[in-house]
Ligand binder design. Structure first.
Ligand SMILES: [Zn+2]
Ligand SMILES: [Zn+2]
Length: 275
């Protein structure tokens, strides 16, 4: 038990943003309208999302980070700005686990464009061990895939009308990762179509911790409106000390957030260590 306690206190999670809409001055990395993040915890390495053009691999190579032999690739949802980059793994080599929601392969459109995962189940099964689940999953002792997110604050969920084969598609596959730190929870999210407050509440539930110490990722707020205002009110009420909105978070929303709470800039190459 003593050894276990020691491991707990020295545990930490490292993350590196490998794809984002933003690039940072003096960091000669690529950006794109997409998201990908390398997460290292308790001796294991996972890639959350793969962006659109596969630049996550070039950025990882430039940073000297190994990506081809990750223990798992986790998809936050099916949209192609998070899944098209999976093609970087379409070579002979290690076959990592691919964790995603069972509805990953459904077809959907936005403004006439197909925006779902561009690869078939058979294609991905050649290069990954597929683990398709809507349930939470412990990736390590303290790192969790959250599975389907209950929408306890329905007003925070993205209401954009995307078209699926059977009617409007509400991105019910949207999910995120949560890390159980020493004194609170950290959340790494892709697009937060399910609503960042809903994701944070699910992260608390799955990790069994109430205090939220950090959130990084896209908050899917594209302009200031009633929904964005509600999300900002929620985040302010949570008193989260480390807030890193990026990807699909509009500048106007970041400005409004920054007037109410401390937020940090994010770009490809952003690296954080959270205990
Ligand atoms: Zn999306
Ligand atoms: Zn996105």
């Amino acid at each position: 038990m003593a050894r276990r306690a020691e491991a707990w206190y020295t545990a930490c999670m490292k993350l590196t943003i490998l794809s984002d809409n933003n690039t940072l001055i003096d960091q000669y990395l690529l950006g794109e309208p997409g998201f990908s993040c390398l997460v290292e915890a308790e001796g294991k390495r996972f890639l959350l999302d793969t962006g659109y053009f596969g630049i996550f691999a070039q950025n990882a190579d430039a940073l000297g980070l190994r990506w081809r032999d990750v223990d798992g690739v986790i998809l936050s949802h099916c949209h192609d700005d998070h899944t098209r980059g999976l093609s970087a793994f379409f070579t002979e080599g290690p076959k990592p686990q691919l964790v995603a929601h069972p509805s990953l392969f459904r077809r959907l459109w936005s403004r006439g464009l197909s925006i779902g995962c561009p690869y078939t189940r058979a294609k991905l099964a050649r290069y990954f061990d597929l683990c398709l689940t809507a349930e939470p999953l412990a990736l390590t002792e303290n790192l969790f895939y959250l599975g389907a997110i209950p929408r306890v604050f329905p007003e925070q969920a993205d209401q954009a009308q995307r078209q699926g084969e059977d009617g409007p598609d509400l991105t019910l596959d949207d999910t995120a990762l949560a890390y159980r730190g020493r004194e609170g929870v950290y959340v790494i999210t892709g697009c937060s179509h399910s609503g960042i407050g809903n994701i944070v509440e699910r992260a608390k539930q799955v990790t069994g911790m109430d205090r939220v110490l950090g959130v990084i990722g896209g908050f899917h707020v594209r302009q200031m409106d009633e929904r964005s205002q509600g999300i900002i009110d929620y985040l302010e009420g949570e008193h989260i000390p480390n807030l890193y909105p990026c990807h699909c978070t509009a500048l106007s929303v970041k400005v409004a957030m920054g007037n109410r709470m401390h937020i940090e800039e994010v770009g490809t190459g952003t690296g954080l260590e959270w205990v």
